[in-house]
Ligand binder design. Structure first.
Ligand SMILES: CC(C)(COP(=O)(O)OP(=O)(O)OC[C@H]1O[C@@H](n2cnc3c(N)ncnc32)[C@H](O)[C@@H]1OP(=O)(O)O)[C@@H](O)C(=O)NCCC(=O)NCCS
Length: 232
């Protein structure tokens, strides 16, 4: 993972002027004080922050921005989310292992909890550009230090403009703020070069490879990747 993380939304498309962004040091724990950089494009100020307060503030601020920015989804947005993500599953059967029928059968809640957060990248007109979820692994006490990055999807018309990276960085910051989370895991289709490049660039490394992991109906190989968010 990079040495700093963005606590505020997505960077703008390449070549455009950035919004104000808050960047906190990766070792800053939830609830603790620390120095952060407030980047307003022309000036970078060093400010004191309490990390969870800064993250909450960032969630509110991004609501009013005109350019694509990342914010947390709420429970009330689950239905819109399902429609948006089902369109992604339809458009990318070879890289998203979830079929639209799976989404219909098992409704997904976008409620933000201490252990789960779903982010959306939103354009200035309110349309959605991409989503991703980070959640603590459930069901095993001995694996409470593991979080999963799942359901990463950016609409094809804005692919390659940094939306996926912004979502990923925000999700990783959230994982690092979850008490006790030491690493984030994910799976990715082995032929998904853009996604693998993106994940490796923030510190993910491949630890296993599964042949015939899903069929769309073509047999697809998947990689399992992991990134450390907290040592020890
Ligand atoms: C994969 C996905 C999430 C990436 O989102 P995105 O917004 O296009 O990603 P970004 O623009 O933030 O970054 C893409 C990076 O991959 C790079 N890239 C693009 N195509 C590439 C390729 N064929 N090979 C290697 N790198 C590539 C870009 O240059 C960029 O890296 P850079 O920032 O170092 O230049 C998006 O394309 C997507 O949703 N695809 C369909 C669903 C999917 O595959 N989801 C992932 C499931 S694990």
């Amino acid at each position: 993972m990079r040495s700093a993380r963005s606590a505020r939304g997505a960077p703008p498309a390449r070549g455009e002027r950035p919004h104000v962004a808050l960047t906190t040091p990766s070792q800053l724990e939830k609830g603790s004080h620390g120095r952060a950089n407030l980047d307003a494009g022309d000036v970078i100020l060093e400010v004191d922050v309490v990390l969870d307060v800064a993250l909450a503030l960032a969630d509110e601020c991004t609501m009013s921005a005109r350019e694509p920015l990342v914010r947390l989804l709420s429970a009330a947005e689950s239905e819109r989310y399902s429609d948006f993500f089902a369109a992604g599953a339809q458009a990318h059967p070879d890289t998203l292992r979830i079929a639209p029928e799976d989404i219909e059968c098992a409704p997904f809640s976008t409620a933000a909890t201490d252990d789960s957060a779903t982010f959306v990248a939103e354009a200035g007109d309110g349309s959605w550009l991409g989503v991703c979820t980070v959640e603590r692994e459930r069901g095993r006490l001995k694996r409470r230090h593991v979080a999963w990055l799942v359901r990463m999807y950016v609409t094809a018309h804005v692919a390659g403009r940094g939306v996926g990276r912004a979502l990923l960085e925000r999700a990783m910051a959230r994982a690092a703020a979850m008490p006790g989370i030491a690493k984030v895991n994910l799976t990715v289709a082995a032929h998904n070069a853009a996604a693998i490049h993106l994940y490796e660039s923030v510190g993910f490394r491949t630890f296993s490879r599964e042949e015939d992991a899903f069929r769309d109906p073509e047999s697809r190989t998947e990689l399992s990747m992991s990134a450390v968010v907290r040592e020890g």
